[in-house]
Design a protein around this ligand. Structure first.
Ligand SMILES: C[S@@+](CC[C@H](N)C(=O)[O-])C[C@H]1O[C@@H](n2cnc3c(N)ncnc32)[C@H](O)[C@@H]1O
Length: 257
């Protein structure tokens, strides 16, 4: 049996009671830390809550060499843990398919995801989001323009864009550096983004949400990671009022629908 369990957004207390009891009964507990992280909990805190040692997995372990996970699930009960919801913006559907091909039963225990948390924190309506994108750190001369192409396509259809920010080992992309990168790509593609919403530490006691132009947000201190960015389409009246109340948006020169 292989159970995919979401850990929620910030620390060890964000897991569901259902998820926790399955982990406590499990024979093998795997945790992947490359798609997202619980920034408010370290590995010893998780192990102490679960009463189990964790086996940490890299992207290669999951995507290229998943046999140790599947072997454990074949002979006993294995759990596969991910921050957020295990099946949101991750590649874990592939692992579930591989398990099924080997005749291993699977189940999912859902959890809060950044994809839904951003709606509550920003007031931007869930049904108005288009395709999301990921923003990688540029490397040497490599700076893919795809994220801005996705944003521009969404803006042309009056849809919001959720931009996931890169995580590389202990390096976490912050909102201001993401905006610098996006604005540089915008210059190349001749795209204008009038408004951004930056969010830090969703699920913690002190999430930060700021809305403003690139020039406003490039210099805001959002504090420690994780961070995420939204490029809103033209705002509905209630979205605008929400951002003014909860995200320091100053009434100004941005599109209203
Ligand atoms: C690829 S997504 C994985 C989403 C995860 N499976 C979920 O359902 O929440 C990871 C990215 O989402 C953003 N993110 C995840 N959790 C966050 C949080 N608590 N606060 C702010 N941003 C977060 C970061 O940009 C991070 O790099």
């Amino acid at each position: 049996m292989l159970t995919f369990i979401g850990l929620g957004l910030f620390d060890e207390t964000d897991i569901s009671l259902k998820g926790l009891s399955i982990i406590r009964e499990a024979d093998a507990v795997f945790l992947e830390t490359y798609t997202s992280r619980l920034m408010g909990a370290d590995i010893p805190a998780l192990e102490s809550l679960y009463g189990k040692p964790l086996r940490l997995l890299s992207r290669e372990d999951v995507e290229q060499h998943p046999d140790p996970i599947l072997d454990a699930a074949e002979i006993g009960s294995a759990v596969f843990l991910t921050a957020g919801d295990t099946m949101v913006s991750t590649t874990h559907a592939d692992l579930r398919i591989r398990a099924s091909e080997r005749g291993i039963r699977t189940e999912i225990v859902h959890a809060a995801s950044i994809a839904s948390a951003v709606c509550g924190l920003s007031g931007l309506q869930n049904y108005r989001f288009g395709k999301s994108c990921s923003l990688p750190y540029p490397e040497a001369r490599w700076m893919p323009t795809t994220p801005v192409e996705v944003i521009a396509a969404n803006l042309s259809q009056n849809l919001h864009t959720l931009v996931y920010l890169d995580i590389q080992n202990e390096r976490y992309m912050r909102v201001p550096e993401a905006i610098w990168i996006i604005e540089e790509i915008c210059l190349k593609l001749d795209v204008t983004i009038p408004l951004y919403v930056g969010i830090a530490r969703a699920g913690s006691k002190n999430p930060i949400v700021y809305a403003g132009s690139a020039d406003d947000l490039k210099f805001v201190d959002f504090g420690p990671p994780l961070h995420i960015l939204i490029v809103p389409a033209a705002l509905h009246m209630m979205e605008r009022e929400y951002l003014e109340r909860f995200a320091n948006l100053t009434p100004g020169n941005y599109p209203i629908s």
